[in-house]
Every structure is written in structure tokens, then in C-alpha cells.
Design a protein around this ligand. Sequence first.
Ligand SMILES: [Zn+2]
Length: 561
Amino acid sequence: MSEDKYDTEVRLVLQECKDANPEEVAKEFERYENEFLIPPRDALRSVVRKFMEPGSDADKTVRAPAPSVKKVSKFSELGSNDRNVTIEVLVVSYNSRAQQVRGEERQIGFGFIEDSPWDGERQRWEFKDWGNKSQDLAAGSVVRLDGVSVNEWNDKKSININQTSRVSVLKEGGAPTLAPTNEPVTIEDASRGEGTVAIVARVLAVRPDQIVRRDGSGSIDVMRGRLGDQTGTMGFLSWKALDISEGDLVKIENAQVKRFRDTPEINIGDFTKIEPYHDGAFPEAETLQANSSCTIKDLRNGMRDVEVTLQVVDWNSRSYTKKTGENGVIHSGEVQDPSGKCRLTSWVEMELEAGSFIRIQRARVQAWQGSPDLVIDQAEQLEILSEAPFGPIDASNHWVEENLDDLTSGGSRRSISTTGRIVSLRAGSGIILRCTQEGCRRVLRDGVCGIHGEDTGEEDLRLMMVLDSGVSNASLIVSRAPTEALIGMTLDDVRKEVSSNGKEAFHTSMKDRFLGQRMRVMGRSINDDQGCMIVAEELNVMEADPEGIANAVIDRWEVVL
Ligand SMILES: [Zn+2]
């Protein structure tokens, strides 16, 4: 059983240590995982060392003196065997993911850190947090790490923060605080942090709005709009009435930049001073408007006043019952531009034809199932274009190529295509039973749904894997149809195989086929504090194994190599 679980790692150890007993190697991996909470991938080096022939080349590096504290300022000073390292780093990102350790689910943290946090030239490494130190590792903070170790896998080094490591926060994270100044800054600079700013900008949009109090005690009149300069645009929210109109050039002092969801916004309050500004060279509103329109790729949860040009892929209406009991109709559909796809929802009557081109203005962005989607509330926000603003896009095959590293660090996206290597096939792959209660579809555990209790269950097929770029990784979820296409077996075929050979054998056969393979994956990506998840709609192996290539040659040329 244990031998099976650590199959891949055992094979790697045997390549290095030819005389080792596979059963004992597997046991050693099990011991690392259970006793030290170190997953097989990270235990690999230590296990290889243990089984190394005494006196062999590799053994010499192992017999190094007991590690003393190694204090460095740059990653480049670290070797792959370094333990007990002290280094100051900037935490670039911190994500965590549940992982099965010793039969129970634990949160394992991971992300990127950069060396030399106090000066410019930085190198970025990946890290893993095995010690539950998320509180001290907020993105943006500068920390000193003590007692961490270097892990090397596939020629790539990373840092392991262990349970015994110490993390000291030298500078708090969160959005950086802007240095207060009376000198106007650009919108680009203002959007980098939070705090008090002065800016000179043109008013691109302004309108009255209301904020409904959460306690139900009424609403507050506010004004919203958008400001722009040469470097970009930013939404604003004013808590007082403003005597400004579209096109005005204004100087704003003592305003606060705050973040709403993932989006910076200028807050105008009682102490904010706004006055007309004169600068003949400042770009006109039209020019700034044109610059301010964005693409689907740029959308982030919480954005407002978004202007974007789109092509309608499909459009549907469905009725719903309002809180007041009246019936309403919501219109929504899929839209696309050259950078990707998303959904557009309209709360007002709107009939759109598939294939038509539209421009929408002052749209809001709201996350739905993890993806940023566009929402419009008024008919005036829509303009139907008579001419195509971009070339034809084949909606059925519109995949925007993205680097996996960019996907894991950017916003959630639809309609992307990326590549990586499969480094893990997770338990829960294969035939599963889903709850049959309406609208549920949760996976049953031992015939029991977490919400509905015992259920007969409906069979489904899926694969859960980890896609890795060498720098970052993402969970890869493959539902029934793309799984069937990928493995060339229907759910029926899988059921037959499982009933004759067993679940384990099927799992092993999938591992043999896909572990280590480079895959092209098309689908959507969801980025949240759980990390990055890619839901595949289509996927294929990019390069066959050498034996497969050889067989293909034989088939084609009918020769024996
Ligand atoms: Zn259920």
C-alpha cells in the first residue's frame, strides 16, 4: 500500500541508489510524511542520502559537518544542502492549500519571496510554509527567516519554512502606505497603495448615487465618478456634494486612497479640498477616455466605471422573483474580446444578438464563481457598434495563451490556454458519487452528503491533478467530458476496468500515463486565497514519452528501430 502511494518518488530514489530495497524506501517516505510532516517531494533528497552507498560521490556531500547557522543576504549564496539558514526577505505572495498529512487535512502555505528586501536588485524564489506561520507572512511584509532550509527539485531551489523555523516581522505587510505629500502625484502612483494623496486630474464621469446603510436605517447620498490623467484612471467616491462636471480639470488635496475589494478608489470627504486647475497642456477628456477603456484581461473584482468593447457570444433571459414578490427579468450572456471571455449581466431589459459588437460604459465588475464578470444597470450604458472594433474571433475556439506563472499571480480568467507539467494526481480522481438532491452535486463520502445526509448518489468521473510550471503551480480539475476525451475511455469503460482490476490499479495507470507529462490545458482559472485552480474544458498531452514516440515512428514507417 505505502509502496504504491510513493511509487514515483521510490522510482527516483532507485535511480540514484540502485541497490536500495523499494519497500524500505517507501517506508522511509511514509515515515517522513507521518512523523515529520514532510511530503514525499520534499523528503526526496534526505531519503536519497539515507540509501546512498557509503563512499559514493554523492555520499561525500552528505557527510558534511553538522549545519551551523548560515546567514546570507542573497539567495545566490545558498546551496541546495543548506539548513539552518537566516535571511531577510520580502513576502511577495502567500497562499495556502489543504493537504492530507497523517490522514488529516492541514493548511500548507506557499508563495513567493524575494531576497535583498531593502534594495532594488532582487531575486525571487518559491517557498513553502510547513509551520502554519501565515500570520507573520502577509504579502508585502519584510521578514527575517531563521532556521529555514533549502529544497531543490528539478534544478530549482526553494525555501522550506519548517515548524521549528522562526519568522520575525521587520515591516508590516498589506497595501503599502503612500507617503503623505501636498505635491500632486500621478494616478498610477496613487493606485499603488493606500493613504492621503493630492492629485491633478480630469473628471471623466460624475453622477449622484446612494449607499444603502447595512442596518436598514436608510441611505446616504454620495457622488461617484472617474478621474483620469496621462497615467491612468481611478474611480472616486465623494461623501459630500461636488460642484464639478465632466471634462473639468481639478486639483484635489487631502483625499484618501482606499481599496474596495481588489480596486483602489479615491475617497473625498469633509477635509478634501477640490479646486479648478489650469493647464493648457493637460490631455482632453476624450483622449483620456480612449486610454481608459480596458480589456477583459484587466478586469478585477470591485472595479467600477469600466469601459470595454465586446462581442456578444450568446445572450439569454431568465425571470426571477424580487424580494418584493414582483417578477423581474435578468439578461446575461457570454462576451469576448481578443484578451478573453467573461459574462455580462444586465439588470434592465436588453436584447442582444449573438455576434454583435457592443461598447459598455460605467460597468461594474463583480466576482461570480471566482471570475470577474461585468454588470450593467441602465440601458444608457450600452452602445451597439455598427462596425467591428476587432477582427473575427471564433468563439468556440477562443483561447488566450497565458503563462502559468502569470495566471497564478493575476486575476481570475476565462478562456485561457496554458501549459505545465503534471506533478501530482490527487486522491479523489476517478469515479465519484455525487449527491442527487436538486442543485447539490456535492461529492458523497461513504454514501453521505455533507448537507443532505445519506444519498444513493450519481456516478461522475473526474481527474484532480497539480499543474506545475517549475516556478508556480495550480490545482487542475478535469470534469467528466474532458476526462473521457483525455483518457480515451468513457465512464462505462472506467467502471468496467475498476470492477475487474480495482480502484488502485486504475489510479496507478493514470499516474503512469500523466505524471511528468507536459500538458496544454484550456479552460478557466480561479485565483483566490486558496491559490490558483484551473478548471479544464479541453486538455492534451504535449509530448509523448520516448517509448510512445518510438512506437509512433514504427507505426508510421513500419520499421523496427
Ligand atoms: Zn447534497
